[in-house]
Design a protein around this ligand. Structure first.
Ligand code: F6R
Length: 604
């Protein structure tokens, strides 16, 4: 949600700022801007994608060596040039990620500033400027202003008057300071720093840093000095490139055999009946005591939790498993029984609602484990233990490979819990064997089924509404499939438990509507077929996805051929990812950066 970059050093600032913004564009893409300093500040801002800004920069090249930049996802004020960052107040320029909650009150008192935008960020710029006189240093003015602010921020600030520094600060929105050779680079996400430096300081909440070309001075908001810890950035260049694919989304779907293998590496060994996560920070005795697991997430991470919950329930029978939507749970007066463990699931590790749940649960004394993809992210740093899923950077805004890795990681957690509670190897082996087989099964599926899924997508591309239905473990897959379709193709789609069809949604069945029915060949097969027949009888259009070889009456049937049983829903999900992708391509939408969305939702 919004991307921030900053530069101070011996090289051209515009070059890094622009390349960094291109890398961060998936975090917000309704407007972008940069300012660089040298003599006269050069402020360039454009509505729309970074490509627009890039054209502007091409005709306004500078050789400035200091500057900041921003790519925006609008919260306060529509996407426009005036609302784009950097915002100016007097001599200072500011880029901001987050929300200043008390901006209206603050604005009323800032009568000397002529506001050009509707943003809360400009209020913060004006507030800093109100403390910035000839005797004040920039970092002190920023500190004074931040003491009055309620809300969240990651900011980078420069001043025309002190061109030898960039001041950054963080409260709730990620910020990293890359330490290079005779240069210091700022980014809200490690991907912007790749290729420039492999070392960075991750700012914590309540910290401010004064960056020069060859130093970083860290302090808290009481101006007390802090020591900075330089860490290695663990993202490689390959992982953030399209590698010949038309879209990041397709690349990320196709690389799932490998990314899932990374999730399982060293954790699952079928020949040794072994399934264990290294970082839980829980002994077997502590695991044995667990009686209640609450899984929390948003969007795709939530649905991954819903699917994993079925597996956990089956693996451990003396533990109650519940799944909660983070944005709701954070405000509920929930009771966590003794011996509860929370699993917070997040690809980015920055989602504001999930982070708030984590803090709320920790406050109540329960243990929180993370199921996180982004290494070094805020949630990963605050949990008591957990697992990195190692799916690699997800650049496409719609989440795909993270889902698969999250479900796998939570299943391993379930196996570990079950084993600690005395489950026999025999009982667990089915899951362990299927987990180990899963990357190969996804690979075989992708190789075989892609053309057929593309054909199906072309067939259903002109509908305006879709209903995804599935039972049991295929219910969360239906929810996730519908989410994928709606977010990238803009077709209205809903996921439903198949048994709920006749309790309401069947009223929708008509010619403009299609259903995607997910049917596994198991003990629920006959009941699922009845669901399809009910829709057929009312003239509905159905796409069936199944592993059954039985004849099924439908407009089109995609058949999966796999030896998997319990984890087969993961293959259904891959089919639905591909289906959504090809529908979006045929409708000509912006697949990697769908309208109104942004990766990593760091505001409420
Ligand atoms: C859907 C999608 C979102 C995210 C959700 C949680 O494709 O990307 O629904 O899954 O915003 O994000 P994380 O996992 O980063 O907490």
């Amino acid at each position: 949600m919004c991307g921030i970059v900053g530069y101070i050093g011996s090289k051209n600032a515009q070059d890094y700022l622009l390349s960094g913004l291109k890398r961060l564009e998936y975090r917000g893409y309704d407007s972008a801007g940069i300012v660089t300093l040298n003599g006269r500040p050069s402020l360039l801002r454009a509505k729309g994608k970074v490509a627009k800004l890039s054209e502007m920069i091409a005709s306004h090249k500078t050789s400035d060596k200091v500057g900041i930049g921003h790519t925006r996802w609008a919260t306060h004020g529509e996407p426009s040039e005036a609302n784009a960052h950097p915002h100016r107040a007097g001599d200072i320029y500011l880029v901001h990620n987050g929300i200043i909650e008390n901006y209206k009150q603050l604005k009323q008192e800032l009568t000397e500033h002529q506001f050009d935008s509707q943003t809360d960020s400009e209020v913060l710029a004006a507030l800093i400027n109100s403390f910035y006189n000839n005797k004040t240093k920039l970092e002190d003015a920023v500190t004074q202003a931040l003491q009055l602010v309620d809300g969240t921020y990651g900011i980078a600030v420069v001043s025309d008057r002190e061109q030898d520094k960039v001041v950054v600060a963080r409260q709730g929105s990620p910020l990293l300071i890359g330490v290079g050779d005779d240069e210091t680079l700022i980014a809200s996400d490690a991907s912007a720093l790749i290729g420039h430096t492999s070392e960075a300081i991750y700012l914590n909440d309540g910290e401010l840093a004064v960056c020069t070309a060859d130093s970083v001075e860290l302090r808290d908001l009481a101006s007390q000095p802090l020591s900075a810890k330089v860490e290695k950035i663990e993202v490689d260049m390959q992982a953030i490139q399209k590698q010949g694919y038309d879209h990041f989304l397709l690349k990320e779907i196709m690389e799932q055999p490998q990314t899932l293998a990374n999730t399982l590496k060293g954790r699952v060994k079928a020949d040794q009946h072994h399934a264990q996560l290294g970082g839980l920070n829980m002994t077997d005795d502590e695991l044995r005591e667990v009686r209640h697991v609450v899984i929390i997430g948003c969007g795709t991470a939530l649905y991954a939790g819903q699917l994993a919950a079925y597996y956990l329930e089956r693996l451990v029978d003396d533990v109650t498993i519940e799944v909660q939507i983070a944005s709701e749970y954070r405000y509920r007066s929930f009771n966590l029984p003794e011996n509860s463990v929370a699993l917070v699931v997040s690809q980015s590790g920055e989602t504001a609602d999930t982070l708030a749940c984590l803090r709320e649960i920790k406050n109540r004394g329960a243990r929180v484990l993370g199921v996180i993809n982004a290494v070094g992210s805020t949630i990963a740093r605050e949990v008591d233990g957990g697992v990195y899923v190692h799916a690699g950077p997800e650049i496409s805004v719609a989440s795909t490979k993270a889902f698969t890795s999250q479900v796998a990681a939570m299943t391993i957690f379930g196996l570990q819990l079950a084993r600690a509670k005395g489950a026999s190897l025999m009982e667990l082996d089915k899951y362990i064997d299927e987990l180990e087989a899963l990357p190969g099964e996804i690979k075989a599926l992708l190789e075989k089924i892609t053309p057929e899924v593309e054909q199906a997508a072309n067939k259903f591309t002109d509908y305006n509404d879709a209903l995804y239905i599935g039972r049991d473990t295929l219910f969360p897959v239906a929810l996730e499939g519908a989410l994928k379709l709606k977010e990238i193709s803009y077709i209205h789609a809903e996921g439903y438990a198949m048994g709920e069809l006749k309790h309401g949604p069947i009223a929708l069945v008509d010619d403009s509507f299609f259903e995607v029915a997910l049917i596994q060949d198991n003990w629920l097969f006959d009941k699922s077929i009845s669901g399809v027949q009910e829709v057929n009888a009312r003239g509905g259009h159905i796409l069936v996805v199944t592993n059954s070889t039985e004849p099924i009456e439908a407009e089109m049937v995609i058949r999966l051929d796999s030896k998997l049983d319990v984890l087969l829903p993961m293959l259904f999900n891959v089919v639905l990812q591909l289906f959504a992708y090809y529908v979006a391509v045929s409708r000509g939408t912006d697949v990697d950066q769908p309208r109104n969305l942004a990766k990593s939702v760091t505001v409420e």
